[in-house]
Each structure stands twice: as structure tokens, then as C-alpha cells.
Design a protein around this ligand. Structure first.
Ligand code: NAD
Length: 543
């Protein structure tokens, strides 16, 4: 270990670029988008730093133009999973024993590479393969991932500083060891930043990882691996295994060396993994740490004192940005009858002004949903609402998958506060609103609290301070990220640590010291300088 108690550069949130007409960033990104559209790359697995091709391939397409293939990716089978675990185990000793400042250097460098020369590459991959508009890609793939790497490095140092006190003649300290074994990182399609954070947060703390990206977001995952390689991450520390969930997941969970799972995705998949680990608990060398951020049924609750203009904007941005495919997206709303005509008019006007189409056209506010299966689910939820006596499709509802998977921004009005889409996650651009009688505030708050199994994000809109306090208290356990007079999306690393409870996850707050704490195993050391030489205590002398 070098002599010196190093600081890390004070983290600052990466500024979000505007991509305004005539800007330099717009010109370079447009150029990369055009060249990426003209390429078809082949994405290998990366095991122990080596590219592995299995010949069992899948296609990475543009959801807004599903006939266009961006890449072919190789998929892992059981043999590759075993090789990846072996590579993670082989890299573990050197990496876990490397001074923390050297590990920090890798991720600080990765942050600067992404903020600079790799920014267009990761933004373009995210826009094309995950169908994000330029702004949605920029706040995710560029800004948030840079923030994860800068802030986590800072939190790592902060965590290591947490030390016990020592009595006279004794020296106590805590060493934050890496977990013994490897961490399985499993990422969702919807955030490139989350995909980058899931394997790197444990790796920063000295662990090695096997990373399975979502099959609908492989291109951005591959770019992240290239950035980490360029930043000097040693071979085998993170092993990249695209492939089907169960084909990769089952052999990984069967490994006795599994030391942790860092998951973001849907609730049923995490529950399946937790159950599998539980069933095999006696087979592991250590108790695997289970960290999962999962689904949501995020709400906007308006009080009669709400500012209607702000409320309408929050509903529209919260529900429809990135086509509602954010775990934090507003998907249910409670609107008092006294405000309803004004809210309805404003929401309708905003929706009419929304442009939807390819992210290559920067004037679009929305693009396509991720794949055929998501499209089919949304279409069928809209058809069910049309057929239901308890619900009414107020705005939108149109769908078209001829070229891309397009679902219009849709508002359902539900007379029943327990209507299906007021309770269950849909993960698409569908907002369900329930209009409540102003006099039934308490009852409606109770319904908001209990209607869904989730507890991820929620927002209240009110001007009166007593009301804000009352609503905050009534909805205390409904959300791990709670917003007052703001939309329930858009958490920023270092500012609003993110995560929810109930069926939404273990609430270990991605991008915070609390998350990093899960990836270390503490060794408490007590050194006694002058140990006793007599076993007897004073009370043993009678006189
Ligand atoms: P998903 O659960 O379908 O997939 C997530 C990942 O799990 C993918 O990589 C998938 O291949 C993998 N997987 C599936 N079955 C598996 C198995 N048996 N073993 C191992 N891995 C398996 O989720 P998705 O559609 O990619 O993402 C959307 C979901 O993610 C939504 O429910 C959303 O709310 C949630 N999400 C939550 C947060 C949060 O912070 N709470 C953030 C983003 C997304």
C-alpha cells in the first residue's frame, strides 16, 4: 500500500449537455448515430478479458425500426458460465488485494473517458438499441453513469474511513474485505447507467463479477466493457455474458462461490433468484448478499391545493418520458374532483403536442417501447380498458408495430381505484388516473398506500404546508423516493439516493455508501500492545 491517505477528487454531477441546434455536441453525436446505423457489429462474450464466440447468436435491433439490425451477439451456454466463474475466481486475489486507490483510479478514469471521448458512442448505442431520445440517453448513459463512477469512488473512501474507537493500550480497526467469491450482476434493459453500475459497484469494493446484460440492451453493455477495458480494468474482474436469463442464471446460482447478487429488473425474476438461493443456501461457501431493485407502481397524488400547471407537466413527463419504461415512471394518479376539468384539459393539450418517432429525429419527445412482447402487453392492457366498465381510455390508445413498437401516450380514467392498471406494473406509456371526491381524501390516501404491492417512487402535489405534512405522513411507506411538487422520476446520483421497499426491492440505494456496504465483509481487528500476563482478576483476592 502506498504511503499516504489519499483524497479522491470531490465528485460533481456531470453536466447534462443540451444538443441544441448548431451545438458541437449535436454535430458529433449525429455523425456517430449515422455511422452506427451503417455498421453491423458482432458482440462476443468477454471472459477473463478474452473474446468468446459461441455461434449461438441473437440480434440487437432498433425498437423504433425493428427491421434494422445493429449487431449480432453471441450467447452464453453453461460451459461459458463455468469459464466466467473460473475467470472471476482467478482474478479475485490480485484484484481484491490491490490498494483501493488503484481500484479507484480505474473507475475515475472510466468516468472521464465516458464524459469525454466515449460519450457519443454510449449515447448513440443507447438511443439506437434502447430507443431513447437524445435527452433520455444523455441523462442516463452519459451523465448518470459518470456520476455513479465518480460518486461511488468518493463513497468508497468515505466507507473505509468508518472506524471504531480504541481503548487505552489497544488499537481497534476494521478492514473492509471483498466478499469471498464472485458477484452476479444482472441488469435490465431500461437504464444503461444501471447496467454499468451493477457490476462496477461490487468491483470497486474489490470483488470480481459475472455480468449478464439484458438481451435488449447488449450493444450499450458491450460499449461499457470497452470503456472499462480502456480505463485499465484488469482481465477477469468483470466477465460479460449475454444470453438467456435462465441459461446463464441457473448455473451461476448453482455455484458454491456465489457471494452476492446485484440485480435490477422485474419483481418476479428477483423473487425467483431469491427463492433459488434460499433452496440452495447450504451449498454456498458464504451467505450470498442479495441486493435487488425491482418493479414499481409509482403514483402522483394531487390535493385540491395543488398547482394545476405543475401537476399536469409532472404527470406527462413522469408518465411518458422514455415511453414510461422507467421503474420510477408515474403510472397511477389520484386527482381531486375540484381540479379534474383543469387537469384533464392541460394533460390533453400536452399529449396532443407530443411527437413520437425515431430518436434519430431530435424533435421527438417519445420513441418506441422495447420489444414485441412489451408492445403486446401494452396493447392488450389498452384493449382491456376499452372493454371494461370500470375504466375509460381518455387519450391516446393507438398502437402500431409495423415499423417500430410504437404505443401512443395513453391516459386511462379508472372509476375503481383498484382497477388493474392502478395496481399492477405495466412498464409502458400508460397512465391511469382515478378522480376522487375532495371530501374522501383520507380514504383515497389509504387506497394509494395499499392498492399496489410496490413501494418505489411517489409524488404529492399540494401548496398548503399542513397538507404536505399530512400527505407525507400518510404515504410514508409507499415510496423509497418521495417527491413533493415534482415528478416521481429523475433521481440524481449524490442527490436522491435511489431505491424502494415492499415488492420494489431491498432498498439498498444505488449510488450511495449504503449500497457499497453490501459488497464488503468487515474484519474487526483488535491489537493489544501489552497483553496481561496473569489470568487472575482483582476480585479473586478476598482480603
Ligand atoms: P427483467 O426482469 O425481465 O430482466 C432483468 C434481467 O434479468 C435481464 O438481464 C434478464 O435477462 C434477467 N433474467 C431473467 N430471468 C432470469 C433468470 N431466471 N436468471 C437470471 N437472470 C434472469 O426486467 P427488464 O424488462 O429488463 O426491466 C424492467 C423491469 O426492471 C421493470 O420491472 C422495472 O420496474 C425494473 N427496474 C427497476 C429499477 C429499480 O431501481 N427499482 C430500475 C430499472 C428497472
Amino acid at each position: 500500500m502506498p504511503n499516504g491517505i489519499f483524497q479522491v477528487p470531490p465528485p460533481i454531477n456531470e453536466p447534462v449537455k443540451g444538443y441544441a441546434p448548431g451545438s458541437a455536441e449535436k454535430a458529433t453525436l449525429k455523425a456517430r448515430l449515422a455511422s452506427m446505423m451503417a455498421e453491423e457489429v458482432e458482440i462476443p462474450l468477454i471472459i477473463g478479458g478474452k473474446e468468446v464466440r459461441t455461434g449461438k447468436t441473437g440480434s440487437a435491433v432498433c425498437p423504433h425500426d425493428h427491421g434494422h439490425r445493429l449487431a449480432t451477439f453471441h450467447q452464453a451456454g453453461e460451459a461459458e458460465v463455468k469459464a466466467a466463474i473460473a475467470a472471476a475466481n482467478a482474478a479475485w486475489k490480485d484484484w481484491s488485494e490491490l490498494p483501493w486507490s488503484d481500484r479507484a483510479g480505474v473507475f475515475l478514469k472510466a468516468a472521464e473517458l465516458l464524459a469525454g471521448p466515449w460519450r457519443d458512442e454510449l449515447n448513440a448505442a443507447t438511443m439506437l438499441n434502447q430507443s431513447k431520445t437524445v435527452y433520455q440517453a444523455e441523462i442516463d448513459a452519459a451523465a448518470e453513469l459518470v456520476d455513479f463512477w465518480r460518486f461511488n469512488t468518493h463513497y468508497m473512501r468515505h466507507l473505509y474511513e468508518e472506524q471504531p474507537s480504541s481503548a487505552p493500550g489497544i488499537w481497534d480497526f476494521v478492514e473492509y474485505r471483498a466478499l469471498e467469491g464472485f458477484v452476479f450482476a444482472v441488469s435490465p434493459f431500461n437504464f444503461t447507467s444501471i447496467a454499468g453500475n451493477l457490476p462496477t459497484a461490487p468491483a470497486m469494493m474489490g470483488n470480481t463479477a459475472v455480468w449478464k446484460p439484458a438481451s435488449t440492451a447488449v450493444l450499450s453493455g458491450y460499449v461499457i466493457m470497452k470503456i472499462l477495458h480502456a480505463a485499465g480494468l484488469p482481465d477477469g474482474v468483470i466477465n460479460f455474458l449475454p444470453g438467456s436469463g435462465s441459461t446463464v442464471g441457473n448455473p451461476v446460482l448453482a455455484s458454491p462461490d456465489l457471494a452476492g447478487i446485484h440485480f435490477t429488473g422485474s419483481t418476479p425474476v428477483f423473487q425467483h433468484m431469491w427463492r433459488t438461493v434460499g433452496e440452495q443456501i447450504a451449498d454456498y461457501k458464504t451467505y450470498p448478499r442479495l441486493v435487488g431493485e425491482t418493479g414499481g407502481k409509482d403514483f402522483v397524488f394531487a390535493h385540491a391545493s395543488a398547482d394545476v400547471d405543475a401537476l399536469a407537466v409532472a404527470l406527462v413527463r413522469g408518465a411518458f418520458e422514455y415511453q414510461g419504461q422507467k421503474c420510477s415512471a408515474a403510472s397511477r394518479g389520484y386527482i381531486p374532483k375540484s381540479l379534474w376539468p383543469a387537469v384533464r384539459d392541460r394533460v390533453e393539450a400536452h399529449i396532443q403536442a407530443i411527437k413520437m418517432g425515431s430518436p434519430l429525429d431530435f424533435t421527438n419527445f417519445m420513441a418506441a417501447v422495447i420489444d414485441q412482447s412489451a408492445f403486446n402487453d401494452h396493447k392488450s392492457a389498452i384493449e382491456q380498458a376499452r372493454a371494461s366498465a370500470d375504466a375509460n381510455v381518455l387519450f391516446g390508445g393507438g398502437t402500431d408495430d409495423s415499423e417500430g413498437y410504437f404505443v401512443e401516450p395513453t391516459v386511462i380514467e379508472a372509476a375503481d381505484p383498484l382497477y388493474t392498471t392502478m395496481r399492477e406494473e405495466l412498464f409502458g406509456p400508460i397512465l391511469t388516473l382515478h378522480v376522487y371526491d375532495d371530501a374522501r381524501l383520507d380514504e383515497t390516501l389509504a387506497s394509494c398506500d395499499t392498492a399496489s404491492a410496490y413501494g418505489l417512487t411517489g409524488a404529492i402535489f399540494a401548496r398548503d404546508r399542513f397538507t404536505i405534512a399530512k400527505l407525507s405522513a400518510a404515504l410514508r411507506h409507499t415510496a423509497g423516493n418521495f417527491y413533493i411538487n415534482d415528478k416521481p422520476t429523475g433521481a440524481v446520483v449524490g442527490q436522491q439516493p435511489f431505491g424502494g421497499s415492499r415488492a420494489s426491492g431491498t432498498n439498498d440505494k444505488a449510488g450511495s455508501v449504503f449500497n457499497l456496504l453490501r459488497w464488503v465483509s468487515q474484519r474487526t481487528v483488535k491489537e493489544t500492545f501489552v497483553p496481561p500476563k496473569d489470568f487472575r482478576y482483582p476480585h479473586m483476592d478476598e482480603s
